[in-house]
Design a protein around this ligand. Structure first.
Ligand SMILES: [Zn+2]
Length: 357
């Protein structure tokens, strides 16, 4: 048997020639990998190689992200007498760049493994979380200032179905804060330019559009089948209608609103905490103009709040991370300050309170 080299280039490797492939990436178990590889913590491997590798003659390929951890592992293993070990030079990144096949990550295609690579490297998403994102249906109410970043980031994240509800057309005054719409979309339906934006970004996303105004009468139907609802609407009537339908369907809502340079954000889920109405019980006089149509607003502030909503939606879908359920966050763009306020379920809530049980 010829002595194998300390490091081997991806193009010179035949994985089937090895008795074992050991992946020493800390996040390995949730990532795309060489077929047949097993995950072993580097510390564990170095502390007791005999419990992992059968004999000193066992032919072992060691892999990691860029070939540094695996090179260290091989050097130490060789010092311990395991001379048939080699490190994948350049790691799995180089393997991928050479167009060589990866597998094992929960039914994701090789194109998806590449597209969502940075999710796969995040322990809290990983392949399992990415599969959940691809299977999710997020209903986004509003394709305006908040909806634009929400739609952009959820589409990029690979949410499998984005259902977009908006009855508005694109106006030139929207372009200051709604970057999914462009000058060629003026006077067209926002749901159409939102759909075109998503299609140009990510073919994994199915787009469902409803060019309609969400109201109490149609909210339950429009929110049916949602994994998560994102309330990116700009008026109290819509928020209350979304809330009532979401409570009825048992679906969590990632809520935000923006006023001038300030914003607020929370997650509502009546099955585990407060609903919107628990926190905002009174519907203000609708003659008071509080929407973006009539007051000033900074586009980057809607960008911050919308990005936070997308983050909350993703955490809810993958079922990991601490959501804002039970916390209302206030954001002050002038001072760049966040304030966290605890909020809780109101037993007397007219939507989710005890009398409705
Ligand atoms: Zn409530």
């Amino acid at each position: 048997m010829t002595q194998i080299a300390h490091e081997t280039d991806p193009d010179d490797i035949d994985p089937s020639a090895f008795d074992m492939i050991i992946d020493v990436r800390p996040h390995g178990a949730t990532s795309a990998r060489l077929q047949g590889s097993i995950f072993v913590r580097l510390e564990e491997l170095l502390a007791s190689p005999a419990t992992v590798i059968e004999t000193s003659n066992t032919r072992v390929l060691v892999t990691c992200d860029v070939g540094l951890r695996s090179a260290i592992a091989v050097e130490r293993l060789r010092t311990a007498g395991y001379f048939n070990t080699t490190s994948l030079r350049g790691g799995i990144d180089a393997w991928r760049r050479s167009g060589l096949p990866l597998s094992g990550a929960d039914g994701l295609t090789s194109v998806q493994l590449e597209r969502y690579d940075r999710h796969l490297k995040l322990g809290f998403i990983g392949a399992e979380g990415q599969s959940k994102l691809l299977a999710a249906n997020v209903v986004v109410v509003g394709a305006g200032g908040l909806g634009s970043p929400v739609i952009a980031y959820l589409a990029a994240a690979g949410v499998g179905t984005l259902t977009i509800i908006d009855d508005d057309t694109v106006d030139s005054s929207n372009l200051q804060r709604q970057p999914i719409h462009g000058i060629h979309d003026l006077a067209n339906a926002k749901v159409d330019s939102a759909e075109a934006f998503i299609r140009s970004l990510n073919p994994d996303v199915q787009v469902v559009t409803h060019r309609t105004r969400l109201e109490t009468s149609n909210a339950a139907e429009l929110l049916a089948g949602a994994t998560v609802v994102v309330d990116a609407s700009d008026n109290f009537a819509a928020r209350h209608a979304i809330n009532a339908a979401a409570v009825a369907h048992g679906v969590p809502v990632a809520f935000a609103s923006v006023y001038r340079m300030e914003g607020q954000i929370s997650v509502f889920d009546a099955s585990r905490g407060p609903c919107y109405r628990c926190v905002f019980p009174d519907m203000p006089d609708v003659t008071i103009p509080l929407d973006c149509l009539t007051v000033g607003v900074l586009g980057s502030v809607t960008g911050i709040l919308g990005s936070m909503q997308a983050t909350e939606a993703i955490k809810l879908i993958v079922g990991n991370g601490q959501s804002l359920l039970g916390t209302l966050v206030l954001y002050d763009g002038m001072r760049q300050e966040f304030t966290r306020l605890p909020v809780s379920k109101d037993p007397a809530c007219s939507v989710c309170g005890d009398q409705n049980a």
